[in-house]
Design a binder for this molecule. Structure first.
Ligand SMILES: Nc1ncnc2c1ncn2[C@@H]1O[C@H](COP(=O)(O)OP(=O)(O)OP(=O)(O)O)[C@@H](O)[C@H]1O
Length: 308
């Protein structure tokens, strides 16, 4: 299957500052991809390049195989996006807003407008003035607008910003439905993993303009059981000496929590770590190993709170 979007060693330099340092990743058709990173990581800059609002300094972005550099019109025709707050006229109904917008795109029928209204579940509310919509409903009207021209890729920049938990749940529901029913690839950026994790198939983590990890959500494959980080809790004595050994021999920064050392480590390397501690006269009373959650792993990778 052809990729919906492919980034190939994308770089962006503004002035002397290299903001995006060679991003390469692929988003599949019908996939929901979470683009996560702390503030200033480079998400908006990358998205602006994906939607054609900003030129690439180097590399390429292909949308359904069309390069934004050499086939700009074809590439961008496949993208729908809400990058800033969706623009709409508050005194007009949701329906009139969509009709007004549709006039600017050739070939949009009333039937297509009706289709997108149903897709985002606005139902009867579409006849009401957009100014009376809740933030969640406005987001959905924005998504409907972005879907009018039937794009292969839908990009939502921080769609959960400012929404209450009910609003986030609504967005989650429609995002999944769109990916499944319309086979649209959906890219969702956020600085909060917890808000988007449940609606994504894969999560990519960006930090300082680099992709530091890409991981499938709910990955239960054999490989992830052994290779991927586990959460380890050790009851040991003396604890301070054990912390020192973990730091110098294994480059692990363990924290002491309720008399236990807590850290992340690859599951298949845990036995040799225990052996090493025992050999250095550390008494071990208890070892608990649990699968690290996505949050644990990303906290470990990024070194700051993006969980939210
Ligand atoms: N026009 C510009 N000129 C100079 N630096 C810029 C410009 N635009 C962005 N930057 C810098 O590039 C880095 C990435 O910014 P960007 O807005 O892409 O991050 P972000 O991940 O979207 O963060 P946020 O969640 O805060 O929007 C930041 O350090 C920012 O200060």
């Amino acid at each position: 299957m052809q990729a919906a979007m492919e980034l190939i060693d994308v770089k962006k330099t503004i002035g002397k500052k290299e903001i995006i340092k060679g991003l390469s990743f692929t988003i599949n058709q019908g996939e929901v991809f979470g683009f996560i990173g702390p503030n200033g990581a480079g998400k908006t800059t990358t998205i602006r390049m994906m939607v054609g609002l900003m030129k690439l300094t180097d590399g390429d972005i292909r949308i359904l195989g069309n390069s934004v550099k050499t086939d700009y019109k074809k590439a961008i025709a496949e993208v729908g996006a809400i990058v800033e707050n969706p623009e709409m006229y508050p005194f007009m109904s949701g329906w009139s807003n969509l009709k007004h917008y549709a006039r600017m795109i050739p070939g949009i029928t009333e039937q297509r407008i009706q289709e997108v209204v149903e897709l985002v579940g606005l139902g009867k509310a579409i006849k009401e003035k957009a100014g009376r919509y809740s933030l969640g409903m406005r987001q959905r009207l924005g998504i409907a607008q972005a879907l009018l021209h039937n794009p292969s890729v839908l990009i939502l920049d921080e769609p959960t910003n400012g929404l209450d938990p009910a609003g986030i749940r609504e967005i989650r529901h429609y995002v999944r439905r769109l990916a499944t029913e319309e086979n649209v690839a959906i890219i969702i950026s956020s600085h909060l993993l917890g808000e988007v994790e449940q609606m994504c198939d894969r999560i990519g983590i960006i930090k300082n303009g680099e992709m530091i990890a890409i991981q499938a959500v709910n990955d239960t494959s054999e490989e992830s059981e052994t290779q991927v980080l586990s959460q380890v809790k050790l009851e040991v004595s003396p604890a301070d000496q054990a912390i020192e050994i973990l730091k110098t021999s294994f480059e692990i920064d363990a924290v002491l929590d309720a008399n236990k050392l807590v850290f992340q480590y690859e599951k298949n390397n845990i036995p040799s770590l225990i052996e090493s501690l025992v050999k250095q006269n550390i008494a071990i009373y208890q070892v608990e190993v649990s699968k690290a959650s996505l949050e644990d792993k990303f906290f470990d990778l990024i070194g700051e709170n993006i969980i939210g």
